[in-house]
Ligand binder design. Structure first.
Ligand code: ADP
Length: 448
């Protein structure tokens, strides 16, 4: 087992990894930007190294400084968390060539899945159903027209390098295609440094259901069931749950098997997630693979009874996978508490937290790096806490979540807590009758 791990991240996930290191008797090294001096990951790590000024580019994305921090402190491995460098194949490669173990899949697996359009090709070859669309990047308008005619409108133009729900445009008819095609490519270049776009059929009101997978260094791959992430605002997840209220055991089995096939086709090692869109008839289509631990991993941990961060570290250290596929037990829900103002179009709300009271009790879990007096810097994403509940069934989990949200008090800034309270009361949500259009069409237009 490693003696010392450097965590190339910040916020709740950095703290979460530090806690596991302590449990395993591994020393932890935090890296931080000048904006994060007062952050808990800096306080609770065994050592901490400042790696630069607030902008991510100069700190959390600065590969030479992170590698230097690992070398100075004598760390043997690097855990990238999620976001920042977690899906950067170049970073994984540099870690390896610097003699540091990258806690994640190989640079080759990351590359194979990093380009979303290439990833679809790979999955197609592995016989995993994919959303109908273009074979690879589309560069000419005429090709975009031909493909769209063939698969039928509406279509969605997506950036090959996209992420975080950004870089997508829905096109409902041919007249809108030219303008959107040019704009999508220009936006992709500006946001991701890659103008490549691809086209796929736009599914109406699908469910976003993803499968957690894990691979070891000996060719074993398992799946750990699904998470339903259909509660989204503008394609960004806000609430996740496991199991999904939409699929049954038979569909779960089929999706799980497809996910394992997909992961095996790229010799996958470590934690990964295969994201599917599922239509009303329960047909599922591969959308993309995330080659890292995800924000919403705790809902899986609760229903399968395993610490996934611990497993990531053990697998990276060479342990054999000892997990067998098993059905979820009980029900878990996660609400993402963001520093955003839901009554003002979810505008970011950084600043000082003046009062902070956490809910608690049986089945309530909170992963957060915040405390009273903490100042949320404006430089990073707005996630400030994850509230996770676990109960024997879905109804009790929703009731527990509603009760916990009632008690959760954050003063000084705006948060998404009032919004989550509203969702927990919504009859459609309570009945499990929601898809990816639910938030934008029902809750946010006050049609409930
Ligand atoms: P990102 O990597 O930016 O999160 P994804 O490809 O995972 O992007 O898509 C995010 C969300 O966008 C999905 O969960 C879904 O709600 C919507 N979406 C993406 N592709 C399609 C599609 N072909 N049809 C309908 N909705 C889609």
């Amino acid at each position: 087992m490693f003696k010392k791990i450097l965590i190339a991240n910040r916020g709740e996930i950095a703290l979460r990894i530090i806690r596991v290191c302590r449990e395993l008797g591994i020393k932890s090294v935090a890296v931080y930007s000048e904006a994060d001096r007062e952050s808990l990951h800096v306080k609770f790590a065994d050592e901490a190294v400042c790696i630069g000024p607030p902008p991510s580019r100069e700190s959390y994305l600065n590969i030479p400084r992170i590698i230097a921090a690992a070398e100075i402190t004598g760390a043997e491995a690097i855990h990238p968390g999620y976001g920042f460098l977690a899906e950067n194949a170049n970073f994984a490669e540099i870690c390896t060539s610097s003699g540091l173990k990258f806690i994640g899949p190989s640079a080759d697996s990351i590359s194979a899945m990093g380009n979303k359009s290439l990833a679809k090709e790979t999955m197609k070859k592995a016989n995993v159903p994919v959303i109908p669309g273009s074979d690879g990047v589309v560069t000419k308008l005429q090709d975009a027209v031909d493909i769209s005619r063939e698969i039928g409108f509406p279509v969605i133009i997506k950036a090959v390098a996209g992420g975080g729900g950004k870089g997508m445009r829905i096109v409902r008819d041919e007249a809108e295609l030219e303008k959107n095609f040019i704009m999508a490519s220009t936006e992709a270049e500006a946001a991701f440094g890659d103008p490549g776009v691809y086209i796929e059929k736009y599914l109406e009101q699908p469910h976003h259901i993803e499968i957690q997978v894990f691979g070891d260094n000996y060719g074993n791959v398992v799946h750990m069931n699904e998470r339903d992430c259909s509660v989204q605002r503008r394609h960004q997840k806000l609430i996740e749950e496991s199991p999904s209220p939409f699929i049954n055991a038979e569909v779960r089995k089929k999706m799980g098997e497809a996910a394992i096939k997909g992961a095996k086709s790229v010799n996958y090692q470590g934690a990964g997630t295969i994201e599917f869109l599922v239509d009303k008839e329960h047909n599922f289509y591969f959308m993309e693979m995330n080659t890292r631990i995800q924000v919403e991993h705790p809902v899986t941990e609760q229903v399968i009874g395993r610490d996934l961060i611990k497993l990531q570290i053990e697998i990276a250290a060479g342990k054999k996978l000892d997990h067998k596929v098993k059905n979820p037990v009980g029900h878990a829900i996660e609400c993402r508490i963001n520093a955003e103002d839901p009554s003002n179009n979810f505008r970011p709300s950084p600043g000082e937290i003046t009062g902070f009271h956490l809910p608690g009790g049986y089945g309530v879990r909170i992963d957060t790096h915040c405390y009273a007096g903490y100042r949320i810097p404006p430089n990073y994403d707005s996630l400030i806490a994850k509230l996770i509940v676990y109960a024997p069934d879905r109804k009790s989990a929703i009731d527990k979540m509603a009760a916990a949200l009632e008690e959760f008090t954050i003063e000084g800034i705006h948060t998404t807590i009032p919004f989550h309270k509203k969702v927990m009361k919504n009859e459609l949500f309570r009945a499990g009758k929601y898809d990816t259009s639910f938030l934008d069409n029902i809750i946010l237009t006050n049609k409930e």
